[in-house]
Design a protein around this ligand. Structure first.
Ligand code: S3P
Length: 429
């Protein structure tokens, strides 16, 4: 366990290129593994979660070479996947677990999935129930809700699934199974979740039909190998967008950030709160919009964050809570129950750890209420093994009077291994 101490800085200035998008990096490898031919990936995120995906697909018999941000995957099509002789360890990664379940559901062999303590608490029935309805045999603790999970895939039939939650992991798992199932498979969700699967499947030559909140695919579709360029992760950029907005004397440019509208809720929030921000060099890369974002120290106003906006910024809520402590008035976050089933219960961990630093924050049933502006003080906090909690606490440390000591800070390597180097690069010396 690593203890990291963060101190107040005089300002943040300069430019950084944030690491590759985590969701897109996972999909690039997984889709490359089931495609026919050699897929190459550029801008891959070499974070622990995406490395778990690579290691699982290697155990499924796929030849993969990875060196930093470059990956080569020798896909041999759906039938190229082989029964693994070892347990598939998903580490801390929910995306690896749920999307891989969708792929394994149609493979005629047996496999076992296991992960860390956090994964063991995350609900999988939202994926295993519909996959079982399609015909896959899946079992595990709590009737297939928790890891370890065992899968025996086979011949599956398409379903029309109405998801109770706006979840890209649920949507993707079912669509992936649908590609190798009989007939049509469709998924409808209550609000639009991130659409990287739909965009990337199309890039791999698959026909995906979209109609409002419903996506459908026909069974029997193969994927063709591609060259994938991964945009910068807006969820990683979010930490520095917030940092530059709240640290005095700051002006930071984040280069090549993914601006997919299903992910860009943080930009809407910063604009609504009054941040001084500019987006330049907008273009498309591999079917995804990207741009450079420049943001300076800003006077901020509290707002309400709710409804369809929530899935567009769900992973950014820990750092948005830090932002709200420096905004005038009240920020209310609601309709965000999904926070309870992330790497930690993020309503509890955000509220408990920010309270330790003097924030005026309280938990509600479906979110939290933050009263600004508060001057934060130093203290001892923990990431509880959750990368985004660790990074949110570090950003709070940049404006706190007194040191913020973050226990279990090693968790940050799950999605942003160069996080502290980037702080050091931007910090006014
Ligand atoms: C992800 C989807 C989101 C997000 C997670 C990554 C993905 O989860 O919170 O960090 O890559 O599809 P849900 O799909 O469960 O909402």
């Amino acid at each position: 366990m690593t203890l990291k101490t963060v101190k107040k800085v005089a300002g943040l200035n300069g430019a950084i290129k944030v690491p590759g998008d985590k969701s897109i990096s996972h999909r690039a490898v997984m889709f490359g593994a089931i495609a026919n031919g050699t897929t190459t990936v550029e801008g891959f995120l070499p974070g622990e979660d995406c490395l778990s995906t690579i290691s699982c697909f290697k155990k499924l018999g796929v030849h993969i070479e990875q060196a930093g941000e470059k990956v080569k995957i020798e896909g041999k099509g759906w039938d190229g996947l082989e029964e693994p002789s070892e347990i598939l360890d998903v580490g801390n990664s929910g995306t690896t677990t749920r999307l891989m379940l969708g792929i394994l559901a149609t493979r005629p062999f047996h496999s076992v999935l296991i992960g860390d303590d956090s994964i063991a608490k995350r609900p999988m029935a939202r994926v295993t129930d519909p996959l079982r309805e399609m015909g896959a045999e899946i079992d595990g603790r709590n009737e297939g809700n928790f890891t370890p999970l065992s899968v025996r895939g086979g011949s599956t039939k398409g379903i029309h699934f109405q998801s109770k939650v706006a979840s890209a992991q649920v949507k993707s798992a079912i669509l992936l199974a649908g590609l190798q199932s009989e007939g049509t498979t469709s998924v409808s969700e209550p609000a639009l979740s991130r659409d990287h699967t739909e965009r990337m499947l199309e890039a791999y030559g698959v026909t995906v039909k979209r109609d409002g909140l419903t996506v459908s695919v026909e069974g029997g579709q193969a994927l063709t190998a591609q060259h994938i360029v991964v945009p910068g992760d807006v969820s990683s950029a979010a930490f520095f967008l917030v940092a530059a907005a709240i640290v005095p004397n700051s002006r930071v440019t984040l280069e090549g950030v993914g601006l997919n509208p299903t992910r860009s809720g943080i930009i809407d929030v910063l604009e609504k709160m009054g941040a001084s921000m500019e987006i330049r060099n907008e273009k498309m890369v591999g079917g995804e919009p990207i741009g450079d974002i420049t943001i300076s120290t800003s006077e901020l106003q509290g707002i309400e964050i709710s409804g369809d906006l929530i899935p567009r910024l769900i992973d950014e809520i820990p750092v948005i809570a830090v932002l709200a402590t420096q905004a005038k008035g009240k920020t209310v976050i609601k309709d965000a129950e999904e926070l309870k089933v992330k790497e930690t219960n993020r309503i509890d961990t955000v509220v408990s750890e920010l309270s330790k630093l003097g924030a005026n924050i309280k938990a509600t049933e479906d979110g939290m209420i933050i009263e600004g502006m508060t001057s934060l003080h130093g203290g001892a906090v923990s990431s509880y093994g959750d990368h985004r909690i660790g990074m949110a606490m570090a950003i709070a440390g940049l404006i706190s009077e007194g040191e913020v000591a973050i226990e279990r800070s090693e968790a940050i390597a799950v999605s942003y291994p160069s996080f502290f180097e980037h702080i050091a690069k931007l910090e006014n010396k």
